[in-house]
Design a protein. Structure first.
Length: 94
């Protein structure tokens, strides 16, 4: 399955279990950043996801510079990884 398709299905799943619009917006935004990273790494299929890719992404967001020129706060990095972890857990359950 394509990662982009899987993200759409995951967001639909979150909506069906009653997650708020704000949660869906935030989750979608952070997963879009994850998707862009994966595309840059030429990973488009969920079968290409593995612990090494997630660790590389963690390092990527550690050094991500915001529009204001600052590094992401640790809390933002943590939220990003929590969202990616939730997505990956959902994938495993599928």
């Amino acid at each position: 399955m394509q990662i982009k398709e899987a993200i759409g299905q995951y967001l639909n799943y979150l909506a069906t279990i009653g997650r708020s619009k704000e949660t869906l917006r935030t989750t979608g935004g952070y997963l879009l950043l994850f998707l862009r990273y994966l595309q840059k790494e030429r990973i488009e299929d969920v079968e290409g996801l593995n612990p090494e890719i997630i660790a590389d992404y963690q390092e990527e967001i550690c050094w991500h510079v915001t529009r204001q020129g600052d590094l992401l706060k640790k809390s933002t990095q943590a939220l990003t990884l929590i969202i990616v972890r939730g997505f990956c857990r959902w994938l495993v359950e599928q």
